[in-house]
Design a protein around this ligand. Structure first.
Ligand SMILES: [Zn+2]
Ligand SMILES: [Zn+2]
Length: 389
């Protein structure tokens, strides 16, 4: 059984999850693996994963587009086509699936076991209470799910059909809404690891969602800073920051009607990018269909620059959204962080939480602006259509 363990020295929680040591790792090979027939995430191998929680496909994409008639199509996605050989054992094609992680860091509690013996309510206030104890511990209850983002084996977002990315964000939205309604969960971490240096153990495009019964201290610290700023300045810190960045312009990578992408002033990683809505919004689960399409288009453009122009790109994509409850709506503002892993965090970073970044964010923004693809382009779609035919 995995456990949450609280470290009073660092004021952090660790998840001790020994079961995860048995998970597969196709990155043991030096070269990129395209072993469709050995990959549990490929179309036709659905029985290799735990039973599916959510499945999205052509109809869901059409619904998304119908709900966002005002958003111009980024490309002209045509239906992904599948031959009988593609389908294998699959009864019908899918574009995105959500399944429980076979090697979960946290496990779902049986329904109805609420607040018993510190089982699911290890709130951050409890962490503070336990700060003077040397061994605060609780069962690692929560949810750990995998979002499989392509029916075909590919390791880069820009290799997959552009119609799939909005469905990945739709899957995030759907799962976050369910976790928020659960009542026993406090926070969810949504992230994507691309490349072994970024922590990916399987090449096939996927993200992970880990829902926790407590708000991690790091998140709570930023929450308090944002809340204090809101109380003092009567405005959201992120809204103010976005206004300043747009006005200065020097670190802005791209703007759309509702979103802005910029290289943060104090970027921890070279080529780090932050994407956030221009209008205040605390919860990612409240983004509408048009917002998901707009976000997918912008993310694809930014990742296109990374995947095409940084040698062996490896990166983490991290969604920072507000905790499920509490006084968060006015002070917190969701954002998506893209963190390229061009250098390894080492002793200094681990010892100080201060990151050494060799590329000034102003230079990084230049890099992105110089090569960002045209948002209204059909070339991606044509390439993908050939791939899936
Ligand atoms: Zn695969
Ligand atoms: Zn805001």
């Amino acid at each position: 059984m995995s456990e949450y363990r609280f470290d009073p020295l660092h004021q952090t929680w660790a998840l001790v999850a020994q079961e995860r040591s048995g998970r597969p790792a196709d990155f043991r090979a030096v070269s990129r693996v395209r072993a469709d027939r050995d990959c549990p995430f490929c179309l036709g191998f659905e029985s290799e994963t735990p039973p599916e929680i959510l499945r999205l496909g052509q109809r869901d994409y059409s619904d998304l587009r119908a709900g966002a008639a005002d958003v111009p199509a980024v490309s002209s996605p045509r239906p992904l086509r599948f031959t009988a050989a593609d389908l294998g054992q699959a009864k019908e094609p899918w574009w995105v699936r959500v399944v429980p992680n076979r090697y979960p860091a946290v496990k779902q509690a049986s329904r109805g076991r609420r607040s018993s013996a510190g089982d699911v309510c290890i709130a951050s206030s409890v962490a503070r209470e336990h700060a003077c104890e040397l061994a605060a511990v609780g069962p690692a209850v929560g949810r750990h799910e995998v979002v499989i983002e392509s029916p075909r084996h590919c390791g880069r977002v820009t290799e997959a059909d552009p119609a799939i990315l909005p469905l990945m964000f739709a899957a995030y939205r759907s799962r976050l809404a369910e976790f928020a309604a659960d009542g026993r969960l406090a926070y969810a971490s949504v992230f994507k690891n691309v490349g072994p240096e970024a922590g990916a153990s399987l090449e096939h495009l996927h993200s992970q969602i880990v829902a926790l019964p407590m708000v991690p201290p790091h998140v709570e610290t930023t929450w308090h800073a944002a809340w204090e700023h809101r109380r003092r300045e009567r405005t959201c810190m992120t809204c103010q920051l976005i206004e300043q960045e747009i006005s200065a312009g020097v670190r802005v990578v791209a703007e759309t009607e509702g979103l802005v992408a910029w290289c943060p002033f104090a970027s921890r990683f070279a080529y780090e990018v932050c994407i956030a809505p221009k209008n205040h919004s605390a919860q990612f689960r409240s983004v509408d269909d048009a917002g998901l399409l707009e976000l997918a288009s912008l993310v694809r453009r930014v990742l296109g620059r990374i995947e095409q122009d940084i040698r062996q790109p490896q990166y983490n994509l991290v969604l920072q959204t507000a905790p499920f409850s509490g006084d968060v709506e006015e002070a917190l503002h969701w954002r998506l962080e893209i963190l390229p892993r061009t250098a390894k965090a080492a002793g200094f970073e681990w010892g100080t939480q201060c990151f050494i970044n060799a590329v000034a964010p102003e230079m990084a923004a230049d890099f992105y602006r110089e090569g960002l693809s045209d948002p209204v382009s059909s070339s991606d779609s044509a390439a993908c259509d050939a791939e899936f035919r």
